[in-house]
Design a protein around this ligand. Structure first.
Ligand code: SAH
Ligand code: MG
Length: 223
């Protein structure tokens, strides 16, 4: 009972914050298109979308990688923060979703900033490492079972000072549910532990919405 009350007051707080912001036609178009294509809308929470734009802009990131595109909601938020000439590489398992996301970013005037790579994200990350690619900003938001692998790749592909954001650290309640012991729940718990304790990172984990991990990759001298 206490839990339910706490959750509903949190939702009221989130709803209040949302009521302060004007409608965002580009992001509404993403939601509409997901609905029209019969896709489950699991886009990042609006407050975290705004945070992604802010973090990209404040950090001055020029090269971003997103893992999990869906309909392009987070892609729009990330690309909005980029300077002139900045670039977003977006990894997406499914061709139809990459096409949908590309269409939505193009409608939002951001099509020229994004490149989609379709298929298993881990394979693409390994290929990017072989190519010597480096990034300033990572948004991890695909299959939870690979979060620990994605985090390791992000640290390896990150420029000194790179920012790593990881969505859904609560896994819709599963992280804190002792009865949830599937691979996704176990991997998310491990991911959260690594975010908090890996000496190569400084970090925090935000508990609003479904939870968001934020980390900065330290430089070679670990500062
Ligand atoms: N970041 C998006 C939401 C992503 S939902 C947003 O906030 O707008 C998770 C996405 O990850 C889905 O589109 C799914 O197809 C993709 N995905 C799942 N497993 C994947 C994998 N192994 N490699 C790449 N993408 C994957
Ligand atoms: Mg997510």
């Amino acid at each position: 009972m206490k839990d339910t009350q706490e959750n509903s007051s949190v939702n009221l707080q989130e709803a209040y914050i949302e009521s302060l912001y004007a409608a965002d036609p580009d992001l509404e178009q993403v939601r509409r298109s997901l609905h029209e294509h019969g896709k489950h809308d699991i886009s990042v929470a609006p407050g975290y979308g705004r945070l992604l734009t802010l973090l990209v802009r404040m950090s001055g990131a020029r090269n971003i990688i997103e893992i999990g595109a869906l309909g392009g909601y987070s892609g729009i938020c990330l690309a909005r923060g980029l300077p002139e000439g900045g670039k977003l590489v977006s990894l997406e398992l499914k061709q139809d979703l990459a096409d949908l996301a590309r269409m939505n970013l193009t409608k939002a005037g951001l099509g020229g900033k994004v490149e989609y790579r379709v298929g298993e994200a881990l394979g693409h990350l390994e290929q990017l490492e072989r190519e010597g690619a480096r990034f300033d900003f990572f948004f991890i938001d695909a299959d939870k079972g690979n979060y620990v692998n994605y985090l390791e790749m992000a640290i390896r592909l990150g420029n000194p000072g790179a920012i790593i954001a990881g969505d859904n650290t609560f896994l819709r309640g599963k992280t804190l549910d002792p009865a949830s012991n599937g691979n996704s729940a176990r991997q998310i718990r491990r991911f959260n532990e690594l975010i908090a304790a890996d000496p190569r990172l400084e970090s925090t984990i935000l508990p609003a919405y479904d939870g968001l991990a934020l980390a900065r990759v330290k430089g070679q001298n670990l500062i």
